[in-house]
Design a binder for this molecule. Sequence first.
Ligand code: WTA
Length: 640
Amino acid sequence: MVYPYQIQSFADYKKAYQQSVDNPEKFWASVADHFTWRKKWDKVLDWNFTEPKSEWFKGAKLNITENCLDRHLENNGNTPAIIWEPNDPNEKQRILTYSKLHEKVCQFAQVLLNNGVKKGDRVCIYMGMIPELTIAVLGCARIGAIHSVIFGGFSAQSIADRVFDAQSEFIITCDGAYRGAKDIPLKNVIDDALIGNKTVKKVIVYTRTRTPISMLKGRDIWWEDEMRHVEEMGIHSLPAVEMGAADPLFILYTSGSTGKPKGVVHACAGYMVYTNYTFVNVFNYQPGQIHFCTADIGWITGHSYIVYGPLSAGATSVIFEGIPTWPNAGRFWEIVDKYKVNILYTAPTAIRSLMGFGLWPLQGKNLSSLKVLGTVGEPINEEAWNWYNEQVGKNKCPIVDTWWQTETGGCLISNIAGITPSKPGWATLPLPGVQPVLVDDKGNEITEMEDGVYKGNLCIKFPWPSLLTTTYGDHERCRTNYFATYPNLYFTGDGALKDEEGFYRITGRVDDVLNVSGHRIGTAEVENAINMHTGVIESAVVGYPHDVKGQGIYAFVIYNNKEGDEALIRKDIVQTVSRVIGPIAKPDKIQFVNGLPKTRSGKIMRRILRKIAEGETENLGDITTLLDPGVVEEIKKGYL
Ligand code: WTA
């Protein structure tokens, strides 16, 4: 057995779970023993949820890249670490073995050093899905720089905010990125983000699309030139910088219920151990298997299950540059066939969108290599689950429904492929080390069933190794956001059900966060963006059920001049949101209203707007506390 901590049976799971609850320190130490440490820990866990603090493997020294690269060289140097499938199926794929990836990461780490990047510096990465993105991420980790990857769908303004918040002096980008039929001008967006910026010292630019771009003397440098220089220095390897267990590995910004995204921070040791543990177990990964996670590395799923989890396990990870529907809706199946993919991990929104094309895209594709299917990012509806199971898995692949969050670092509630039972639409059982609890609005544990299930707000009562350590630059924000709603509990922001067998079903966010195509977007963020449009007086944003995206964005807008062309004004508003946040946050529906349902204290009653956006006009609940109940009638009439 290659991974001594790999769960082999349901009985084994129960045993591991029990041990992880009875003696978490002993349990996680026995997993962590199988990693490469420069120095082992003095104490496995030091925690309290009031500060909050959860320090794992205290006193240990390590570098995660030694675990993701160096330790595989001796026996698996020639194993492909990355198989890269380009956007254009006619372009040649690239395969980087562990030896090659090690060399490239070391060389790029040297490039970073040559340009003055030091341990602890924050480096923003804004690139397409190419191997160099992984090289950039691991290059940072090699020298202890903290990476902050920004998804390519974010605007210049969003980048500027993130660069400022993290005080990043370095940026790594590409001239452009290919996504389906589009070329995305990444460097132009970076240039816009840096107008007026005085703190960014270097922008390293990789050539992907050879789009004409501006290159500023003294600030902008070409990746290729820098790498050539290192090559000429004769550098093919570089010792990794020794990191403390609690040193930050990366920052990843995510939306919450306030207007400003938070920089979630993950620390080196705990994140490494937990992403590896969950990768190996949830997908029941067997050495030699090909793992294809379709997420973007700009999100946590890509960080944990394209880069760190698979590579720390010596796995082969497929990186796909393009989109599932280009040049046609058979692209995923073509990739599965081409590389004999064994594990496919994707989002319900992708499944629903592909379902819409019927069965022809699957015809003639050999999917028999598939062993395990996975989903993440949002609740999966039964219809999509069944389609995935029947048409893709041919009824022989277990589907793991993995529930987790940017803040949790890795999967917390999920079935284990082929080992613990699955139940369509249910994430099922907590993984070892995870102690969920459902509470009511006052924080009391739910002890009574309602319609055969327990219903409540999902919290976790004990830390696991990849729990976020802070929100960058503002620890108090971390406390108030996650640990202050209910004393001594980590609050997830999700609602959930639990059945008599202890299986969990996640029902969705209970805070003001939307989940659009598996992307987290705060309603307050979208409102702020809409309100920046000159004609907008006020707005309120809620989610509504959307066939493909899961949730769509519905905006109620008070506009000061109703004379103009409404369709055009709507487009202007959409454009404003796209500029301020990025195309991913564009509202799907904009309804102009004269007033919003507010209480006498001025609070918008979103509950009512949510119902209307869902198409519900009857049971709107108690509206007598509204300042002007009349607005509700008007809003109902204007429903789109
Ligand atoms: C939702 C993505 C139902 C949930 C890894 C969570 C899910 C948010 C599932 C986190 C699932 C994620 N079933 N809902 N299997 N997985 N979610 O931070 O609402 O982008 O709070 O992390 O996605 O989104 P994030």
